[in-house]
Design a binder for this molecule. Structure first.
Ligand SMILES: NC(=O)c1ccc[n+]([C@@H]2O[C@H](COP(=O)([O-])OP(=O)(O)OC[C@H]3O[C@@H](n4cnc5c(N)ncnc54)[C@H](OP(=O)(O)O)[C@@H]3O)[C@@H](O)[C@H]2O)c1
Length: 221
């Protein structure tokens, strides 16, 4: 059995993706800052028959991501799918003219250094699994493609993450590792036919299984 590692695994999209991939036979490594919360989610998933474990990591501390992904591989088996989807902090989202260099440190650590650390940690294992297996999934809000004047930190840093993801898509595609990005415009909405977490998790499954596109954008608001 192989593993999906979900970096930023909470009760919304993270849990829905864990259930979707779990239903397909994946073990699930749940990563977030709060060990108690990921342990509780892992317990809920285990009760549903999904092998899941929680690991504490702060994406703004690259060493903690490396350690948590190492521990996840040791405990659950090789990571076939990496999903990078932590929910950005509210204080990253400031109006453009009120944004100073120090306001951009957090967003850049969160959306650029974090993914680079995570990708470097999982790549050797994905290569070992062989061609057309490994997948790296990025999840972003709409400001990744259309910057918003009142959400400057995420707009600037998501643009950097989107560029990194696209470069990975080009280069890793040549060795059969799929890299895709799901853009969710507006809010995730429980029960919405387009933006319910389970519907979005289905799209992430398709990006992994079909391996036919880089970017999927849901709703343009
Ligand atoms: N929610 C929305 O309306 C919305 C809209 C558009 C796009 N998105 C995208 O959807 C994804 C999130 O989905 P969701 O909102 O349903 O969230 P979720 O899966 O319910 O939870 C995300 C988790 O990210 C973790 N997180 C936050 N900061 C972190 C950090 N520094 N290091 C490690 N983990 C961290 C939080 O756990 P801890 O507090 O324990 O760290 C949180 O539980 C993100 O990619 C986001 O860009 C969300």
């Amino acid at each position: 059995m192989t593993t999906i590692a979900i970096i930023g695994a909470g009760s919304g999209l993270g849990a829905a993706v864990a259930r979707r991939f779990g239903a397909e036979g994946f073990s699930v490594a749940l990563l977030s800052r709060n060990q108690g919360r990921v342990d509780a989610l892992a317990e809920t998933l285990s009760a549903e028959g999904i092998e899941a474990k929680g690991f504490a990591a702060d994406v703004r501390d690259p060493d903690s991501i490396t350690r948590a992904l190492e521990a996840a591989t040791e405990t659950l088996g090789p990571i076939e799918v990496l999903q990078y989807s932590p929910l950005p902090q509210k204080d990253f989202m400031r109006p453009v003219l009120e944004t100073t260099p120090s306001d951009l440190v957090g967003p850049v650590e969160f959306s650029i250094y974090g993914p680079v650390a995570a990708v470097h940690q999982v790549l050797p294992g994905m290569r070992f699994l062989g061609k057309d297996k490994g997948t790296i999934l990025f999840v972003n809000g709409g400001s990744a493609v259309k910057p918003g004047r009142n959400v400057t930190g995420t707009s600037v840093a998501f643009a950097g993450q989107a560029a990194y993801a696209q470069l990975l898509n080009e280069v890793l595609g040549e060795e059969g590792i799929q890299v895709s990005q799901l853009i969710i415009g507006g809010r995730i909405i429980d029960g919405d036919p387009e933006k319910d977490p389970a519907v979005l998790a289905g799209h992430l499954w398709d990006l992994h299984a079909k391996r036919d596109r880089f970017r999927l954008q849901i709703s343009s608001d």
